[in-house]
Design a protein around this ligand. Structure first.
Ligand code: FMN
Length: 136
């Protein structure tokens, strides 16, 4: 098992319909190749975790990296893992507001921020914690 977490910036203000389209495609494609994960959207920025077999995750990420709807991709971590965190989720999704993060101590200062902020990029374990928070 292998996982990859990245952050990126939306290239323009994405409409709900467009986010739904991304999510629909993601769920169909990921289910076919047994990739699971979570996509967060906040203040024009994305954070995504992809989990699965190493070459499948690499291929999926390569395709996502080419997508013109986002840019400035920064990989926070790419590692082997014992097991999946997002078992059964072909791609979870949450749009976050400042209220969603205010009760998570690590995110107190990040309330109005973006996932590409140095406070996140320099502390990948914080990203893992945030992503896990939304797996219920
Ligand atoms: C932020 C973001 C996250 C995405 N996540 C995934 C994903 O998890 N899986 C996926 O197959 N496509 C994902 N996509 C879409 C791909 O970039 C690409 O458009 C899609 O895989 C093409 O699918 P198709 O060849 O079936 O049309 C994502 C796109 C963006 C902008």
């Amino acid at each position: 098992m292998h996982y990859l977490i990245y952050v990126s910036s939306a290239s323009y203000l994405l409409e709900d319909a467009e986010l739904k389209d991304i999510l629909g495609k993601s769920r169909t494609n990921n289910a076919m190749v047994d990739v699971t994960g979570m996509l967060l959207y906040k203040n024009g920025s994305f954070m995504q975790v992809l989990e699965g077999e190493a070459d499948t995750v690499t291929k999926t990420f390569a395709r996502i990296s080419e997508d013109k709807r986002h840019s400035g991709i920064i990989v926070l971590c790419e590692e082997k893992a014992e097991s999946r965190i997002f078992q059964g989720w072909s791609m979870g999704f949450q749009t976050l507001t400042p209220g969603d993060v205010k009760d998570i101590p690590e995110f107190a200062e990040f309330k109005n921020g973006r996932f590409t902020d140095p406070s996140i990029v320099e502390n990948p374990h914080v990203a893992v914690k945030l992503l896990k928070t939304f797996y219920q």
